[in-house]
Design a protein around this ligand. Structure first.
Ligand SMILES: NC(=O)c1ccc[n+]([C@@H]2O[C@H](COP(=O)([O-])OP(=O)(O)OC[C@H]3O[C@@H](n4cnc5c(N)ncnc54)[C@H](O)[C@@H]3O)[C@@H](O)[C@H]2O)c1
Length: 272
């Protein structure tokens, strides 16, 4: 139990990756505030972690609104007395459109949640973390924050590059206060967002041709990486991006690997 005695906030904890993260952190001993713009989903997840409500609470907040993020921090402090860990997981994706068709409204909405929301949640918990001279912030970024999205549009890629920038700048600025800031960069995770934005044939093709390990992540696998970065085992790690992507960023999906393997086998025959 690497998080015994810790208090964690997980944004977007009402479903998908956030739900998996909340479950793993709770399993590791943390008390968890499950924050979501969908209050019913947040309540269900919190209740299923602890029906008594002493180890998990639900908080209704839209993280793109400053007043909501301040209320989120205040409610967590009221329930649990402190905040050790912030997991900035809530994120959205608009419909995939070409850059020339992207509506200004979609850009503002996606940037408002994925980029500004991370900043606002950090600002809300910082007074507590700075006063205690410790804290762990883990941002759920994406491999789209290192390269680009597989199937979304430019606003999503740009918003995740913003998360990468926030992670590195915050890590540098908050090091004085002994607050670690890192990011987990998932490739494809099987979540409602993934199901809403892709067809089964497309997911099969991606799993076979783009993901060397041949499948999408499950949500708990993201939680395992978050738990490590939120624990004291990661005290000397800050400003890092940890891809949990089944090897996508190696760039060697099925097609290319077949070519490389053939070339290497030929070289072996020739004795190179
Ligand atoms: N699914 C993937 O393949 C994938 C890949 C890489 C990165 N990610 C990232 O992982 C995170 C979680 O994605 P997911 O697939 O679980 O998505 P999801 O849509 O299944 O779940 C997101 C949750 O966040 C909540 N949420 C959305 N906007 C919010 C807001 N303004 N305030 C509070 N809560 C809000 C939603 O209600 C939902 O419960 C996102 O940041 C996403 O960009 C996902």
């Amino acid at each position: 139990m690497e998080l015994e005695g810790k208090v964690a906030i997980v944004t977007g904890g009402g479903r998908g990756a956030g739900e998996g993260i909340a479950r793993v952190l709770a399993r590791e001993g943390a008390r968890v505030a499950v924050v979501d713009v969908n209050p019913e989903n947040a309540r269900q997840v919190a209740r299923s972690i602890d029906p008594g409500g002493t180890r998990a609470i639900a908080i209704h907040a839209d993280i793109s609104r400053k007043a909501d993020t301040e209320a989120m921090a205040a409610q967590t402090l009221q329930a649990f007395g402190t905040i050790d860990i912030l997991v900035n997981n809530a994120g959205i994706e608009g419909p995939p459109v070409l850059v020339q068709d992207l509506a200004e409204e979609q850009w503002d909405r996606v940037m408002g949640v994925n980029a500004k929301g991370v900043l606002l949640c950090c600002q809300a918990v910082l007074p507590t973390m700075i006063a205690r001279k410790r804290g762990k912030i883990v941002n759920i970024d994406s491999i789209a924050g290192i390269r680009m999205t597989f199937f979304g549009s430019i606003d999503y890629t740009a918003s995740k590059h913003a998360v990468t920038g926030l992670t590195q700048h915050l890590a540098w600025e908050l090091a004085d206060h002994r607050i670690n800031v890192n990011a987990v960069c998932p490739g494809g995770i099987m979540t409602p967002m993934m199901e809403e934005n892709t067809e089964p044939e497309m997911r099969d093709a991606i799993a076979q041709r783009v993901i060397p390990l041949g499948r999408f992540c499950n949500t708990e696998e993201i939680g395992e990486a978050v738990s490590f970065l939120a624990s004291e085992r990661a005290d000397m790690i800050t400003g890092q991006l940890l891809a949990v992507d089944g090897g996508v960023l190696t760039g060697y999906g099925e097609d290319l690997r077949a070519v490389l393997r053939k070339r290497m086998e030929e070289a072996r025959v020739l004795g190179h």
